[in-house]
Design a protein around this ligand. Structure first.
Ligand SMILES: Cc1cc2nc3c(=O)[nH]c(=O)nc-3n(C[C@H](O)[C@H](O)[C@H](O)COP(=O)(O)OP(=O)(O)OC[C@H]3O[C@@H](n4cnc5c(N)ncnc54)[C@H](O)[C@@H]3O)c2cc1C
Length: 501
């Protein structure tokens, strides 16, 4: 068993960018010239690509580092309407070809990777903001709208979309809904799903349905909208999204607090909520390595000497005096708990300067060690201190650097084990596997789970059993089987293909 798993890992490493050939062994049909002709009839010749290696390669991976989780599609199609999406899915059902929906490809779990080849369906041409409905505080958008562009379009109306993934400058709202993305403001505003009130989508068998709509309340039957939110492209392809909006806060203040000790920084979170009696908009944690390297790489002037951890906190609201007083209270708590230095930003450029440090961390880690694993563990917020201590212990036990950053305010940390360049790929894979099992076990013991916002995809699929009862996983498989009887839509994600309900 152990030898088999070593062999299969060795094969995976030696076969970067698997071609579509393995796919037929999974019982799917190959994409033939007549299928390509049919796709061209649906979408137009310029929106179907099967013979350009560069394009296939571009759509064969997301932002999970390395080739292990990459796989080439056989054809890339870019439909523009729900009808075109439905026709593609119907064709795929008839021919038994897998279809993988893709938004911006910024995912960190391999969700948009077509692991059995087949059709890669990109929603990038479905990029219109259809209806900014101020009276109903709703916006209706197509899935290919960039998250940040949506928020910018709402600005002149005094409205905002509370979702704020750190990838907002390039990810799409469709990908956010499919992953139920979290981000920097979740402690106060919650995650994407809280704002999704309706979806037009193509079912795995090719029907177009609308679930929910602009209604704020709706208990008419099962909550199918929120079954679809976070379904990672396995239960339907969204073609229209109804998003609830909030009045845009007019006042914001951000605080960057630098600590010598990690434990002091972490202690700030519960103290702000209990002693300060306020819910900040954001509490982002950066350990010594993440903060120091990023400040250096940005050539920023903030101190790094003897800094063990940094917090980025933000408060917002509509009364500048109240927001200023809350910020002062947070700053005072940070100082009381041992902050070496605090910096306060009261205007947009200053606030963005702080956020830039936080947003750059994944790229700096990638440059430091191209082979690494951005994890996404989440625990109840009070369990953050023991989790950080356990990560430190595990890093030492495995002699592996594990930088930690993330959304400490909502219990979601991105521990990122990094490969020592001296290790072979095979040895690293073995070590990472064992190390992740330990990280996940500690997380589970603390009441947490393996993904707070990045999803399962196929990166974390084989670890689901560590945090979920078999009965729970079985319920999910049965839902998948009921809605997608031919297992056409994004197969092999969340569950392995050969597992039966
Ligand atoms: C630097 C960086 C920072 C990040 N920060 C955050 C963060 O703060 N919070 C966070 O939650 N994530 C974060 N992420 C991860 C990623 O950006 C999010 O998961 C994002 O929501 C993915 O959006 P996407 O448009 O790139 O989707 P993709 O990666 O293209 O797809 C993601 C999933 O959605 C499915 N999908 C795509 N379109 C549709 C559709 N129309 N219908 C149905 N399913 C569909 C795909 O099949 C796939 O399973 C970060 C990533 C990077 C690289």
């Amino acid at each position: 068993m152990f030898i088999n798993s070593l062999l299969s890992r060795a094969l995976l490493i030696r076969q970067p960018f698997h071609s579509g050939v393995r796919m037929s062994s999974q019982g799917y049909a190959a994409v033939t010239p007549s299928i390509i002709e049919a796709l061209i009839r649906i979408c137009g010749r310029e929106h179907v690509t099967a013979d350009d290696a560069g394009t296939l390669r571009k759509y064969g991976h997301d932002q999970v580092p390395g080739d292990k989780y990459a796989h080439l599609p056989e054809v890339v199609v870019k439909p523009q309407t729900a009808q075109e999406v439905a026709a593609i899915v119907q064709l795929a059902n008839r021919a038994l070809i897998p279809v993988t929906p893709r938004a911006a490809g910024s995912g960190l779990s391999g969700g948009a990777v077509p692991i059995y080849g087949g059709i890669l369906l990109s929603v990038e041409r479905m990029d219109r903001i259809l209806d900014i409905d101020v009276a109903n505080l709703m916006v209706v958008v197509e899935p290919g709208v960039i998250t940040n562009q949506l928020d910018n379009a709402l600005r002149p109306h005094g409205l905002f979309f509370a979702g704020y993934p750190m990838s907002d400058e390039f990810c799409f709202i469709g990908g956010n809904v499919a992953e139920n993305a979290g981000g920097g403001r979740a402690i106060k505003y919650g995650v994407t799903g809280r704002y999704i009130h309706g979806l037009e989508m193509v079912t795995p068998t090719g029907d177009i349905v609308q679930l929910g709509g602009k209604r704020v309340k709706d208990v008419t039957g099962y909550d199918l909208v929120h079954l679809m939110v976070g379904s990672e492209g396995t239960l339907g392809i969204f073609t229209k999204i109804f998003v609830r909006l909030l009045p845009r806060p007019t006042a914001r203040v951000a605080i960057l607090a630098l600590f010598a000790q990690v434990a002091d920084a972490i202690a700030v979170v519960p103290r702000v909520v209990t002693a300060g009696r306020l819910v900040p908009t954001a509490v982002e944690f950066m350990d010594r390595f993440c903060y120091g390297r990023t400040v250096e790489s940005l050539k920023e002037s903030f101190p790094t000497q003897d800094i063990g951890a940094a917090l980025l906190l933000e408060v917002d609201g509509n009364r500048p005096d109240v927001v200023a007083a809350e910020a002062e209270m947070i700053e005072a708590i940070c100082c009381e708990l041992g902050a070496r230095a605090t910096f306060v930003a009261r205007d947009e450029p200053g606030i963005e300067r702080f956020w830039k440090i936080r947003k750059q961390i994944p790229w700096v880690l990638k440059r430091t060690s191209p082979v690494h694993s951005i994890e996404d563990i989440v625990v109840p917020i009070a369990a953050i201190p023991p989790l950080v201590a356990a990560l430190d212990r595990i890093g030492q036990a495995y002699d592996t650097r594990i930088p930690v950053f993330g959304h400490a305010g909502d219990g979601n940390l991105h521990a990122t084990p990094m490969k020592d360049p001296a290790l072979s790929d095979l040895r690293w894979e073995e070590k990472l596997h064992d190390l992740l099992k330990e990280i996940y076990a500690v997380t589970a013991q603390l009441g947490g789970t393996i993904s707070g916002e990045h999803g399962i995809g196929h990166k974390r699929r084989d670890y689901m059993h560590l945090v979920m009862e078999p009965a729970q996983i079985d319920m999910m498989r049965r839902i998948k089987q009921a809605l997608d009887p031919r297992n056409i839509l994004n197969p092999g994600k969340i569950f392995a293909l050969n597992e039966k309900a």
